[in-house]
Design a protein around this ligand. Structure first.
Ligand code: HEM
Length: 524
């Protein structure tokens, strides 16, 4: 099925051409509920005439680009209020369909999961040496299925998460020590920066025990490179998805992208060699050790190459660090702005943990309010507010045709703030997750209303690890400190979101930590 040249509302090619030649391009083309996409004027007519979802008026060449503002997820949310929970957009050269309700998401994530089990291939994928081998970008097929199995049964399994407890404990204590130090010196902490370092270090050590290498500053170097990758990645994504011509993003940033890639590859290669050379028997296995074993396993159903291995480690590292630190930051910001919730959480922690030790992973099961707080943080501030899929074949949703290789934007942010599902959807109110019974909560998740980790085959592979890190870190930061924004007792956090496709905070969160409880006091 090709994209149509005649629309379901009956607009004919000839009449549109006439309108264009009358040189009133935008105005005349843009009338009608489901106007002709001007780009299609140059395509051959197609007999099958698919019925596309409704769409806003489009402009020649740029399509609907002019309707996208500084916050991608919010622009899509506003458009869905007007054009429905399934609508068609052409952003520059990309044809896409936007999904903004749980019912439509159910089609993508459950009913037709297999048909949408791929992330879209971006214009620059072929040019980037790792992109073809990565897990996130892998097409649904033998390699992806094999890597997913390795992730779920080995790398990110409950057993491996438990094995990583020592590393996670050490990194959390290191984070808290920084806060105690700043508190003592009455210095403001940039919470975003410290949390990012914390998740980076945790994931870096879990993935490749940087102590294996001969240099001590690998984590810092990786952090820099991941930052560069993210910045470049979003520019190239925007260039690719929003630009008038595909691959423009790549042409613009190719040299820088290649430079970052070579730096990352050099570093990963060095760490990999250190793992191969050392006799690590008796030492705790990290993810690289496990993958090296998988790579050498002749009986494995798929042969994993060296480049696959490096790309997978990098994907896990990139997928896990920024996401976790952002949610911790937003959740703390909400708690600081909602002192009642903050105090309620602290009381719960103190009643379960007592006053002599730091909260532990094993306490979380007895801390329902903590779990509700973290869920509410994820609901309001999903670090990937819009996830993407690509249709692997021609499909139908809600009676509309979705041609093969259409990019699907699933607006997780809009779904988790849908007023039809959530009472006072924009309010931070963790109690909403306590009021309903656990059965009702399961229903909410099964009904695809709560989707911070996406869903279906391509759902987040590290959700369990992510939640483990979130629960423990938020709990420890509340158990140990009061937080004064900018050093001021009554100041509130500015909750503005930075421009772009992610959910970064727009302004650094600078806080003075004031010690409430020091679990290490007796040891010093
Ligand atoms: C708060 C923490 C996290 C959040 C909110 C989050 C969210 C997401 C979302 C929304 C997706 C896209 C899912 C979809 O398209 O349906 C995703 C994919 C992914 N995430 Fe996470 N993530 C988190 C932590 C992690 C961690 C800790 C790891 C690993 C260490 C990880 C690894 C991945 C991978 C590998 C994918 C790609 C899955 C695939 O393509 O099959 N994530 N994540």
């Amino acid at each position: 099925m090709d994209w149509p040249t005649i629309l379901p509302n009956g607009l004919q090619l000839e009449s549109l051409e006439a309108n264009i030649s009358a040189s009133s391009i935008p105005v005349t083309i843009l009338t009608g509920d489901n106007p002709r996409d001007p780009l299609d004027l140059f395509c051959k007519p197609n007999k099958s005439r698919p019925i596309l979802p409704p769409s806003p008026p489009a402009l020649p060449l740029i399509g609907h680009l002019h309707l996208i503002g500084s916050h991608f997820h919010i622009s899509l949310q506003s458009l869905s209020a007007k054009y429905g929970t399934l609508f068609y957009l052409r952003l520059g050269a990309s044809r896409s369909v936007v999904v903004s309700s749980a019912a439509m998401a159910t089609e993508i994530f459950k009913t037709q999961d297999l048909a949408f089990a791929e992330h879209p291939k971006l214009g620059f994928s072929d040019e980037m040496p790792y992109a073809k081998y990565g897990f996130f970008s892998a097409p649904y097929g033998d390699y992806w299925r094999f890597a997913k199995k390795v992730c779920m049964s080995e790398l990110l399994s409950p057993k491996q998460i438990e094995c990583s407890r020592g590393v996670r404990d050490e990194e959390l204590v290191r984070l808290l020590q920084i806060m105690f130090e700043c508190s003592k010196k009455k210095e403001l902490v940039d919470l975003g920066v410290e949390l990012m370092k914390f998740t980076n270090n945790t994931l870096c050590r879990m993935a490749m025990s940087t102590r294996c290498s001969d240099r001590g500053d690998d984590a810092e170097e990786i952090r820099e490179m991941v930052k560069d990758t993210f910045e470049l990645g979003s520019k190239m994504f925007l260039g690719d998805v929003l630009g008038p011509l595909r691959k423009v993003g790549f042409w613009l940033y190719a040299k820088k992208a290649m430079d970052v890639h070579l730096r990352i590859d050099g570093l990963l290669e060095r760490i990999l060699k250190a793992h191969e050379d050392q006799n690590r028997k008796g030492e705790e296995e990290d993810l690289m050790d496990i993958l090296l074993k998988v790579q050498k396993d002749d009986k494995a159903e798929v042969k994993m190459t060296r480049i696959h291995l490096k790309a997978l480690v990098l994907d896990l590292f990139i997928g896990g660090t920024g996401t976790s630190s952002e949610v911790i930051l937003w959740t703390l910001a909400e708690l600081i702005n909602h002192p009642n919730a903050f105090n309620k959480l602290r009381e719960e922690i103190e009643s379960v943990v007592g006053g002599t030790r730091l909260v532990e992973d094993s306490d979380v099961i007895s801390l329902p309010y903590l779990q509700a707080v973290v869920k509410e943080g994820l609901r309001l501030h999903p670090p990937l507010p819009v996830t993407t899929r690509s249709s692997r074949q021609d499909c139908k949703i809600d009676g509309f045709d979705i041609p093969k290789e259409t990019m699907i934007f699933i607006n997780l942010y809009a779904i988790m703030r849908d007023p039809n599902t959530w009472e006072n959807p924009n309010e931070f109110w963790p109690e909403r997750f306590l009021i309903s019974s656990s059965k009702e909560q399961e229903n909410v998740e099964e009904a695809f209303n709560f989707l911070p980790f996406g869903a279906g085959r391509r759902a987040c592979a590290g959700g369990k690890l992510g939640l483990t890190i979130l629960h423990r870190t938020v709990a420890a930061m509340v158990q140990c400190f009061d937080w004064k924004v900018g050093g001021d007792q009554d100041a509130k956090v500015n909750m503005e979101v930075a421009k772009g496709v992610f959910m970064h905070v727009a302004h650094p969160l600078l806080c003075l930590p004031v010690v409430h409880f020091d679990p290490f006091a007796s040891r010093t």
